[in-house]
Write a protein that binds this ligand. Structure first.
Ligand code: XMP
Length: 257
């Protein structure tokens, strides 16, 4: 089963479009960090369709050490695992980065399309396809200065005309048959534009609700398929309750369509 199908299936079974970004602030000893991460996973797994891991856990816990416990627990809950590593180097290095994450148990990785295809992301997509794994690419990030990079108008190699970078990336997501396109929830108008390009071919993943200022309703209405949520869950007094509330809000917006 390919990654797109895997996460869609998990979303349907759990009636949730929430990807849990299991990010925690630094803490020592690292065992405490690990037990907090597991506790959040235990409490929230019913309300999410996937788990996204970032450097917040990989660096202190170690990919083939402490993080393996988190990966095993997520797998026991049958939740797809995304590594948000934003692959961004030359091809052979990119391929090795992806290989380690896939070997460690991840089902998908994130990557930056800025590095291009030949000797860029092609080896990552090839490896992913051979192993039934996914590649989700950045299209328009959620932070304030995203326009400095993803919003710049550049000369489109194909048409010769000045085009915003994110539109070119959205087209690449279709051309490369990416498993997802990341567009910040903080820019719903960009989600609308990207959706017009990717249609139903590439699902849109939106991080940025809550702490970064994105609004659930606007994000879902704009066309996001999955909402990536971190601190609004991981820093909540009751992460399970917070996740359920976000999940229910998303579902009520979807039901009103
Ligand atoms: P919060 O705490 O803001 O966490 O809910 C969001 C999570 O998503 C990551 N993030 C992004 N990832 N493109 C990405 O690929 C983005 O534009 C983006 N913005 C936030 C962030 O690192 C955290 O894990």
């Amino acid at each position: 089963m390919d990654f797109k199908t895997k996460i869609e299936k998990a979303a349907e079974e759990r009636n949730s479009r929430i990807v849990l970004a299991l990010d925690l602030p630094p803490e020592k000893p690292y065992e405490i960090l690990l037990s907090k991460a597991i506790k959040i996973l235990d409490g929230t797994n019913d309300y999410v369709c996937a788990v996204k891991i970032n450097r917040q856990l990989v660096l202190p816990l170690g990919l083939f050490r402490g993080l393996q416990t988190v990966i095993c627990v997520a797998k026991d809950y049958e939740l797809p695992l995304i590594m948000d590593c934003k692959i961004n180097d030359v091809g052979h290095t990119n391929e090795i980065i992806a290989r380690y994450y896939f070997e460690a148990g991840f089902d998908a990785v994130t990557a930056n399309p800025l590095v291009g295809w030949e000797e860029g992301l092609k080896p990552v997509f090839k490896l992913a396809r051979e192993n039934g794994k996914g590649v989700i690419i950045l299209v328009y990030m959620s932070h304030k200065s995203t326009d400095e990079g993803y919003g710049r108008s550049v000369k489109d190699k194909k048409t010769g005309s000045l085009t915003p970078q994110y539109q070119i990336f959205a087209r690449k997501a279709v051309e490369w048959n990416a498993d997802g396109a990341v567009v910040g929830a903080t820019y719903p108008e960009k989600i609308v534009e990207v959706k017009q390009i990717v249609k139903d071919k590439v699902p849109i993943y939106s991080p940025g609700i809550g702490f970064q200022g994105g609004k659930i309703e606007e994000t879902v209405r704009a066309g996001a398929d999955y909402l990536i949520v971190g601190r609004s869950i991981t820093l909540a007094k009751n992460p399970a309750e917070a996740t359920k509330k976000i999940r229910d809000t998303v579902n009520s917006v979807l039901a009103g369509f």
